[in-house]
Design a protein around this ligand. Structure first.
Ligand code: SF4
Ligand code: FES
Length: 264
């Protein structure tokens, strides 16, 4: 019991503890130390501290419980647990997540106060720029590379006459979220914006998953995920921080919540 309490002491969702170790670098060493002492406590209880070992297996690669845990079933098997999930006990796979979604009350719904799904047209002399703010991932590539057209502090934020046609087309093609497109003589050039690329998922630094190459996206019912107005099917950005107001797509919230991931 004391060991269970010790575990809960460092888990916010178990105990409302201010010292939650989940989601930080301390997670792994803390659990390693916890298991080390847990093993020694059990070993001393059975008077075999030098030889007693907790059972474990390579669950990252072997997703089902090893047969030793489930067969034979019943009290004769010390690895058998009658309260274990029936699917697991029957040979099913471990859940794919680590439980974080429950801990942070994750919801995949779109928020009512998200930026509207609306495409605006900025008519220029050589080229018109089409923009849906609802799916911009705030990568800043457009404002960084063509600040005379994509203007951070002015209204309207896009000036389609601020650069020549080639420069604008290059910047639009570089937009990773699919928020931008362009039109010439009132005809949208979505096919020119979308590139022929190998299907690829890129983890962006402290930002969303960037999808390129037209990877299909299905909802939980297996139906084609509903897309925003005018968005690209070839490239789009999926939320990684969990805070998007327009899930499953990135809405730029990672920037506001200062999402940070040490690994990338
Ligand atoms: S996602 Fe596209 S529109 Fe949004 S900031 Fe980046 S380049 Fe600009
Ligand atoms: S990664 Fe952009 S909103 Fe979550």
């Amino acid at each position: 019991m004391i060991q269970a309490d010790m575990h809960a002491l460092f888990c916010a969702s178990c105990n409302n503890s201010p010292t939650d170790i989940h989601g930080s670098w301390t997670f792994f060493p803390w659990h390693r130390a916890y298991l080390y002492y847990f093993e020694r406590i059990l070993g001393s209880l059975v008077n075999d501290i030098n030889n007693f070992r907790l059972p474990y297996w390579d669950w990252e690669n072997i997703r089902a419980l090893p047969s030793a845990y489930v067969s034979p079933s019943g009290a004769g098997n010390s690895l058998w647990d009658a309260s274990r999930d029936a699917g697991l006990a029957g040979g099913g796979n471990l859940p794919s997540g680590d439980g974080t979604h429950a801990r942070i009350d994750f919801t995949g719904k779109k928020e009512p106060d998200r930026v509207a799904d609306r495409r605006d047209t900025y008519v220029g002399q050589q080229v018109s720029i089409l923009d849906n703010r609802g799916i911009c991932q705030h990568s800043g590539l457009c404002t960084d590379t063509l600040a005379a057209v994509f203007r951070l502090t002015q209204d309207p934020w896009i000036d389609p006459n601020g650069a020549n046609r080639e420069e604008i087309i290059a910047a639009v093609k570089n937009c990773p979220s699919g928020a931008l497109s362009y039109a010439i003589d009132s005809i949208e050039c979505r096919e020119e914006v979308d590139q022929v690329r190998e299907p690829t998922i890129t983890v962006s630094k402290d930002g969303p998953y960037r999808i390129t190459g037209g990877i299909p996206l299905e909802d939980e019912q297996g139906k084609d995920e509903q897309r925003a107005q005018g968005s690209s099917r070839e490239h789009y950005a999926l939320c990684r921080c969990g805070q998007s107001k327009n899930k499953p797509f990135c809405s730029g919230m990672h920037w506001y919540v200062k999402f940070h991931e040490d690994k990338n």
